[in-house]
Structures are given as C-alpha cells and as structure tokens.
Design a protein around this ligand. Structure first.
Ligand SMILES: Cc1cc2nc3c(=O)[nH]c(=O)nc-3n(C[C@H](O)[C@H](O)[C@H](O)COP(=O)(O)OP(=O)(O)OC[C@H]3O[C@@H](n4cnc5c(N)ncnc54)[C@H](O)[C@@H]3O)c2cc1C
Length: 425
C-alpha cells in the first residue's frame, strides 16, 4: 500500500502551513508519533492514481491456487452449529442463486461497519429484543450495533480571495487535456484528493484531554464547496454531502465558482454516540443507522471553537496576502442570529454538517465482561467459536485520524493473529 504526497500544490497550502506556525502549530509529518501540528496531505495513491486495498493487497495474488474470489456474491448469513456455538460456513447469493461455502478452520467476517453487524444479527448474534422483533432465532445475546461513532465535518467556513487563479476550480481544471496529462504523468491538479492539500491537528480550549491528543482535524482545501460549480461542472462535493440546492444557493450561490479557501473542521472524538439496528430480516435491506450527531452539547461547541481557530488562521499575513475574507453565508434556518455570533455558527454547524463516512464500533472490541463488547482482543466473537470480525467495525473508540489506515492495520494485525493461532494445530 503506497503512501505519497500530492505533486500538485496551490499557494494556499503554503499559506496554511505558515499560518499554522504563526499560531503555534509546527509543520509536522502527521503520520509520525507526534501529530499535533499541520502537514501536507498524504494519500494512498501510486503516481497520483488511487490505490484501493483490493488493488494493493488482492490483485497481485488473485491467481493463487488457494485463493478463490467470488465477485458479485452477497453473503447473507453465517452458518453456526447451535449445539456447540461453532461457525462452520457462510450462506451467500450469487446470480440469484443461494449457495453455501464451508470452512475447515474459521470464518472471517470483513463486510465493514454497516454490513458486518447486520450479518451477525441475521445469523442470530445480537441484542435479544431486536432479533426476536424480526423473528430471528437467538444464538448469542451480544450488543451488536449498540455503539456507533462517526466523524462529521462542517464545510461552511469559506473565505473569498481577491486573487484569481490561486485555487482549484473544476471549471478551470476539468479539461480533457489535463485529464490525459494526469493519466500519463499523474502530476497535475486532477491527482488532488478532492482539493485537500493539508491536514492540521489542533486541541481546542474545550478539550479536557490531558495528553497531546487533538480534538479537531482541520482539512485545508485549495478551494471550497463552491469550487466544483459552473455550468458544466460536476457539483460533486455538494452532491456527495447531500446539500439541497435551496440551502446551497441561499448560502453560497453568490460566490459559486470563484476563488476561495476553506478548512473543514472534523470532530475527532464526538461525545454523541449513535447506533445501528436491523430494519428487517432481509439481507438485501439496508440496516438503520442512528447517527445522533451533535446531541451532546460539547460537540457543537467544539465545532464553534474550531471555526474561531480557522478565522484566526485566515487573519494572518500569509492568507491576508490573498485578501482572505469570510463569506457571510445566509442559511434560511439561521437568519434569526447575527452573522458571526456563536449562536449563528452553531446553527450553521447544525444545518450543514455532513458525515465523512468513518463509521466504527458497531462490533466493538473489548474483553470478556465488557458490556459493550462484541469481539475479544483477538477479534473472535464472544461466545462463538471459529468466527472473527476483521474490519473497522471492531474499533472500540474514536481515532484521531481517518479510518482507512486503521482498517488496513486491523487487517494486517489480524492476519498475524490468525496465522499464530493455527500454526501448531
Ligand atoms: C465516500 C467515502 C469516502 C471516504 N474517504 C476516506 C478517506 O479519504 N480516507 C480514509 O481514511 N477513509 C475514508 N473513508 C472511510 C474508509 O473508506 C472506511 O473506513 C474503510 O473502507 C473501512 O474499511 P472496512 O474494511 O471496515 O469496510 P469496507 O471498506 O466497507 O469493506 C467492506 C467490504 O465488504 C463488502 N460487503 C459488504 N457486505 C457484504 C456482503 N453481504 N457480502 C459480500 N460482501 C459484502 C463491501 O462491498 C466492501 O467491499 C471513506 C468512506 C467513504 C464511504
């Protein structure tokens, strides 16, 4: 799995790092042990092209004779012998046909933070009341889906610039010739991960953490929500965040498709806790997710503290060189508050925040006796033999990072544990 820096940079990333240093955040490699500070974004790409876990770990070995990959197959149930509580196979559907595969040693469930808990519950492992509600015979009463953490972000702190041509704008860079150049060399703005250029880890005054653990990540964008505007542009970011046209146009219509800078704060350790439940006993239904975002008052207040920090960054000379000026977004819901009051920003946060899809903890890891644990520290499902969950659903607590790298780390660590547990058997 390759990790690299982006070759293409706007001048705004240098301003971000310099402004950080002025306010006391050193320029760091945030993947090193000390990661409070600001640094250039690092991506899992190779020559500017995205490298998925499948491309990195599976594609080179897909011809191995002891590896069988069944694409387009949907696992629908883990088969468990109820006399011994031992998992022995997986039921799946492929080409509309139901089938089964048996395991000589053990089953590794790795369907991610939504589908792994769903599959456990469909197989009889989960909260007793939920399973009985959906007519699923209970094999093991465990708090599957009881805990759900996620990272949300607020993309609404946008600064207009008085200098043209310094930021990413899809209307300028989304051309066929730039795309072809990226295909060949991977070194222009098309290689940018959605305009993200820098990452900063800060500890706001609201943090009660004694150690040097950040509570906010700042994602510095060489542009903003309005950078994918214009008549022929994708509007991918606003669509991905499911912003309605009404809210977008009221708040940002006047600066659409112009040069801007923004830093998205991401709440690293929310106190609000969500949950996941089965919708029904159909494996092809989606489970129900209850994010419960911003239900704990400290979470919204931490976002407001982050807004103030971003404003302070923008007020420093490196950003004032570009005439950075906060855009007074008008949200229909927030008109009753004075622009730039704490109440206004809290309202804006509640209106605009979106998930970054870092769901975790739905099959939480913890020792025997932990009332919230689903798997043990070797990722074996409590009370069930020969069944492990190996994906981001086992992460017990929020991490000060995005969740892809932790998911890969869990896979590598689990591979070692699985190998060592079968070595002498
Ligand atoms: C839009 C988006 C953007 C993201 N951006 C970033 C980012 O920039 N950086 C970062 O660090 N993280 C990012 N994340 C989060 C990161 O992708 C996840 O945390 C990570 O992929 C979790 O890994 P996982 O192995 O637990 O689950 P997944 O990656 O979800 O893997 C689960 C796999 O199981 C398969 N599956 C599910 N159900 C079944 C079934 N019933 N039968 C068979 N197969 C099944 C799925 O198709 C999938 O391939 C992003 C997530 C999303 C959705």
């Amino acid at each position: 799995m390759n990790v690299e820096f982006i070759n293409f940079k706007t001048p705004l990333i240098r301003a971000f790092l310099e402004a950080g240093r002025i306010l006391g955040s050193p320029t760091v490699d945030y993947n090193a042990p000390e990661h409070l500070g600001f640094g250039y974004v690092q991506t899992t790409t190779r020559n500017g092209k995205r490298l998925s876990a499948a491309k990195a770990f599976l594609h080179p070995y897909k011809k191995r004779r002891n590896l069988h990959i069944l694409p387009m197959a949907t696992a629908t149930k883990v088969l468990i012998d109820t006399t011994t509580n031992t998992a022995y196979g997986v039921q799946y559907v492929r080409n509309r046909l139901k089938n089964e595969v048996r395991a000589r040693r053990e089953i590794i469930l790795s369907a991610g933070p939504m589908a792994s808990p769903q599959l456990l519950m469909l197989s009889g492992i989960g909260p007793r009341d939920q399973l009985s509600r959906h007519g699923i015979p209970l094999i093991k009463d465990l708090p599957v889906g009881r805990t759900l953490y996620d990272h949300i972000t607020f993309p609404g702190i946008i600064f207009s610039l008085n200098t043209t041509g310094v930021s990413f704008m899809e209307s300028r860079s989304g051309t066929v010739s730039k795309f072809l150049k990226w295909m060949q060399f991977g070194d222009n703005e098309v290689a940018s991960p959605g305009g993200v250029e820098g990452i900063g880890y800060i500890k706001t005054p609201l943090s009660t953490e004694v150690e040097d653990i950040p509570d906010i990540e700042l994602i510095s964008i060489g542009g903003s929500l309005v950078s994918d505007g214009g008549p022929k542009s994708s509007k991918a970011t606003r669509r991905g965040m499911r912003l309605s046209d009404d809210i977008f146009n009221a708040a940002f219509g006047s600066i659409d498709n112009t040069d801007t800078w923004s830093a998205f704060p991401m709440l690293l350790h929310p106190k609000s806790v969500g949950s996941l439940e089965l919708k029904n006993n159909n494996p092809f239904s989606h489970p129900l997710l209850y994010g419960n975002y911003l239900t704990h008052p400290i979470d919204a207040a931490t976002f407001v503290a982050a807004v103030r920090h971003v404003q302070a960054l923008a007020a420093t000379p490196p950003f004032q060189k570009f005439g950075a000026k906060i855009h007074p977004a008008q949200y229909p819901e927030c008109r009753k508050f004075n622009f730039d009051s704490d109440e206004y920003w809290e309202c804006a946060v509640r209106t605009l925040s979106a998930t970054l899809h870092h769901q975790i903890a739905t099959c939480r890891m913890g020792p025997v006796g932990d009332p919230l644990a689903v798997v043990d520290p070797e990722l074996r499902v409590h009370g069930i033999n020969r069944l492990r969950v190996v994906d981001s659903s086992i992460i017990p607590q929020t991490v000060s990072a995005h969740t892809h790298a932790p998911a890969v780390m869990i896979g590598e660590k689990a591979a070692d544990m699985i190998r060592s547990s079968w070595r002498y058997k």
